[in-house]
Design a protein around this ligand. Sequence first.
Ligand SMILES: [Zn+2]
Length: 222
Amino acid sequence: MKILKKDIGKIIIVVLVVIICLIPFRKKIIRKMKAIFGYYKNSSGFQSAECINCPNLFNDLVADHEKAYSNKQGIEPQEDFNKLDNLLKDSILLELKTNNYYTIRESESSRPYILPRGFDFIQELSKLYMCNCSKDSIPYVPFEITSTTRTLESVRKLMRKNKNAIKTSAHLKGKTFDISYRAFRENKKQCKNFIQALDSLHNMKKCYVKFEKNGCLHITVD
Ligand SMILES: [Zn+2]
């Protein structure tokens, strides 16, 4: 017991000496630590592990997504959720609900409402992904939609926290949504099959997709 206490004392002294020696290099160390942990925190590292090609496959920029809204194909940005609810009541927007094919994540900043074109696209994506799973003889795992249509008010609130939530957000216009592939978690084969399905539709020019470092795929239906 005495030896143990002695050893602990020595360990503490060694640790203190190491800390003191490292003080001049603290800024460099902090930068390195931030780079390493940030890599996982912003999930790009984690994402890349599950979606290695995403940054290459899906790099449509804001201007590309805008093309989907040329010719006024979209709703006017709405001030708040009450206004958005009115568009749902008028059947201009359709509500996405969790089902066997996808789940809707609760979101304070958006409502799971989308234009019929976007609604149809999501059904097509589900079917294609399901076909891929069948071909690979793996069970289907629902994908997760994390954000759909926002309002001017919700974007203003979001902008305080999230720099990506730009004022001219495509999410204001009714056929843009985000899917988290991190939500596939350990289901890597399903994630791969989902990405393949999305890539097929992307190659068919049915959508614009942007890989985002926050863990989402930002999708606008054309
Ligand atoms: Zn988005």
